[in-house]
Design a protein around this ligand. Structure first.
Ligand SMILES: [Zn+2]
Length: 401
């Protein structure tokens, strides 16, 4: 019933059922599976057995994640399987076909997948805020966002995103998460600048009907023109500027501003440990300092697995795959590394002894303050009336429920 409700929401958004007699969801359950692949008239979903709803875990996070996957792949029926990038209009199956447009076809789909869950009422708004906050944290924790634009991330998907190993985190961003957040920013921008007359759901509806009429693939110029057509005439240059910032620059996404326009506040705080995306742990237990690197334990070794190229550690010469053997004179262990690199005072010096190609090196650098890269989203009690009403439209709620 939940899947039906979500699918109905997608059908309403596009203004009609997809033109086919029958659509099939194939769900493959196993251990530690997750993923989906869209086809023209069906989708193959993979999930863990414990994703299925039981009377006592209906709101379990794996179940909600699975609903998001259903929603995502079904949305693709319109957005990428029918309406598609201009380059995909005629598939060349012999070779890669790069396109800059995956921020729209994957990113927008990733935005709408969870949004449709809350708009249809299948999940509550606070659950949705948590999902959105987790995406914001993942985005802020990815150093590669400073090195690659969304358009580049799309164009280089074959060589970087799916082929970059652990280093992809450092050198590239993802058109899924960053694309979804850019869609959120754009949706809000459209609402604000059209006095809440135009929204991204309406743009999707428009794109779909244009495709239905003309059968043409979509490029950025066409997207811009079709979206601008919905807006007051003098807003086209501003829309162009917004797209340039969101899609073609490495400038930080305007997330705080977007949240404020929807009557929300983002509480950004330093991480409380590996995997923390947003939690209510007290400030004293959070990271105080940031070495600009992350490590992975392999046997008795602590190997540098992530590095922010702008950090003092990187500038001092620490590199990927360095084998850390000691920190400030203490043998490397999870506890010592955390104590000396993440729970030390910012401005403190850190000294790492590392092996690189079996040669011992000592590298010293200064610790930065820990970045505020985990997120909690709450309603702003002081939000103005316009923002509160906009929030209700966005979430499809009649009252502040
Ligand atoms: Zn997808």
């Amino acid at each position: 019933r939940d899947v039906q409700t979500v699918c109905r929401e997608a059908v309403m958004l596009f203004g009609g059922l997809p033109p086919m007699p029958r659509y099939t969801f194939l769900l493959h359950l196993g251990d530690n599976l997750y993923g989906g692949l869209e086809h023209c008239r069906s989708t193959l979903l993979m999930a863990s057995r414990d994703s299925l709803p039981e009377p006592d875990n209906r709101a379990g996070h794996r179940y909600i994640q699975l609903l998001g996957l259903f929603s995502h792949e079904y949305f693709h029926t319109w957005n990428v399987k029918a309406l598609r990038p201009r380059e995909y209009q005629h598939y060349e199956l012999q070779q890669e076909q790069p396109t800059e447009m995956l921020w729209l076809f994957e990113g927008f789909t990733a935005y709408f997948d969870n949004l449709l869950l809350v708009r249809s009422g299948v999940i509550g708004i606070h659950t949705y805020f948590d999902l959105l906050a987790q995406d914001i944290a993942r985005y802020r924790q990815r150093p590669g966002r400073r090195h690659q634009t969304l358009a580049q991330s799309s164009y280089e998907a074959w060589t970087k995103l799916y082929n970059g190993g652990e280093d992809a985190q450092n050198s590239s961003t993802t058109y899924y998460i960053q694309g979804a957040l850019a869609a959120w920013c754009l949706d809000t921008w459209l609402r604000v600048h059209s006095e809440d007359g135009i929204s991204l759901p309406m743009v999707m509806h428009r794109l779909w009907h244009d495709y239905h009429q003309h059968g043409e693939g979509l490029d950025e110029a066409r997207f811009l023109r079709l979206t601008a057509d919905l807006l007051p005439e003098d807003l086209e240059p501003a829309l162009r500027g917004v797209l340039r910032r969101l899609v073609h620059s490495t400038e930080e996404l305007p997330l705080e501003e977007t949240a404020a326009r929807l009557g929300l506040s983002l509480q950004m705080q330093p991480s409380a440990g590996a995997g923390d995306l947003g939690s209510d742990v007290p400030a004293v237990q959070r990271y105080q300092s940031d070495p600009g690197i992350r490590w992975q334990r392999r046997g008795e070794h602590y190997i540098v697995s992530r590095i922010d190229e702008t950090s003092p550690a990187a500038l001092a010469g620490i590199a990927m795959d360095d084998d850390i053997i000691a920190v400030n004179g203490y043998r490397a262990s999870e506890a010592q590394l955390a104590r000396h690199l993440q729970h030390a005072a910012p401005g403190n010096a850190a000294l790492l002894h590392i092996f690189r190609d079996n040669v011992l090196e000592a590298i010293a650098f200064t610790l930065n303050p820990a970045p505020a890269d985990t997120c909690i989203i709450t309603r702003d009690p002081d939000a103005d009336e316009d923002s509160r009403i906009r929030q209700r439209h966005w979430l499809n709620r009649k009252a502040d429920a």
